[in-house]
Design a protein around this ligand. Structure first.
Ligand code: BV8
Ligand code: ZN
Length: 251
């Protein structure tokens, strides 16, 4: 990762945000990396080292071995409970407060299944890939109560005794209609899109900033490494979220 963040780049990005009425912040796993939540591309550690996320985050894995899949999500939910939002999450919340105070709006659209944006004070317009804290009955779809996420053993629905499944979107599953609609509306209304910490590999989520760029919406990206989305951006800040986002607020 390059050293000092180029102040001219920060000033250009800050000017785009300053001139904007409605900003969309689109985040991926890199947003939570400095909180200690491993990104999807990180090697799976410890007892999970023999799996890859694509192996476990699928309906087929759930049908094949519900206990193992449930335990993986319960472990991830427990790990998120042990960590805190980072300076990047707090800067996004502060940006939202500043926009609101001048009659503007901030929409957070996240691919992340953690609740760190909310715990930093942001309202999330859409969790495109669901949440670790919204388990639900696989049979009757009844929400099972957030804390069940960390229950180590496979729980069953109180109403119909169906298996409770993690409230996340697996590969091959449709994205939640409400979250997708809210995200499309937010991107359509955006004067600026700020992308933070995503490789841009997962669709259809990645199509949102790409289509915004095609409509001429200015795109700012924060990522220590270029991503597949970098070619569509107007301003690429090669830095971590916890460094670049607070810097944008200090200009
Ligand atoms: C679907 C929940 C359709 C589960 C996740 C074209 C069109 C439509 C679909 C597809 C398509 N091509 C392929 C598909 C299928 C598939 C897909 O996209 N596959 C990929 C792998 C090619 N998509 C789907 O299956 C989606 N569903 O399309 O349904 C359909 C149509 C008809 C009928 C039925 C269905 C569903 C996808 C959702 C999968 N679920 N998560 C769970 O968490 O277990 S996705 C999961 O991976 C995460 O949620 C996250 O979104 C994604 C990982 O991406 P990132 O967030 O970007 O994380 P990553 O690790 O990749 O990158 C981290 C970045 O952070 C890096 O760039 C790094 O440099 C940076 N970084 C690191 N540190 C920092 C940092 N940045 C800033 N600061 C730092 N400190
Ligand atoms: Zn049920």
């Amino acid at each position: 990762m390059r050293d000092a963040l180029d102040s001219a780049l920060v000033e250009r990005a800050a000017a785009l945000l300053e001139a904007a009425g409605h900003v969309v912040v689109f985040t991926g796993a890199g947003m939570s990396a400095e909180s200690g939540v491993p990104t999807f591309r990180d090697a799976m550690t410890g007892l999970w080292s023999r799996f890859s996320p694509e192996d476990l985050a699928t309906p087929e894995a759930w049908e094949r071995d519900r206990e193992t899949v449930w335990r993986w999500y319960a472990g991830r939910a427990a790990a998120v409970r042990e960590v805190a939002p980072n300076d990047g999450h707090r800067a996004v919340a502060e940006l939202g407060d500043r926009l609101t105070s001048r009659g503007g709006a901030l929409s957070v659209v996240t691919q992340n299944v953690d609740d760190l944006h909310e715990r930093a004070g942001s309202e999330v317009a859409g969790h495109l890939h669901g949440s670790l804290f919204q388990p639900r009955c696989e049979v009757c779809d009844r929400p099972a109560g957030g804390e069940l996420s960390v229950a180590p053993d496979l729980p069953h629905c109180e109403l119909c005794d169906g298996p409770i499944r993690p409230g996340v979107v697996w590969f091959g599953e449709m994205l939640p209609a409400g979250a997708w609609r809210a995200a499309e509306q937010a991107f359509a209304a955006a004067d600026v899109v700020l992308i933070v910490g995503t490789s841009g590999l997962v669709y259809p989520a990645a199509s949102l900033p790409i289509e915004a760029a095609e409509r001429g919406t200015p795109i700012i990206e924060v990522n220590p490494e270029p991503s597949t989305l970098t070619p569509t951006t107007d301003c690429f800040l090669p830095a971590a979220a916890g460094t670049a986002l607070p810097a944008l607020l200090r200009v």
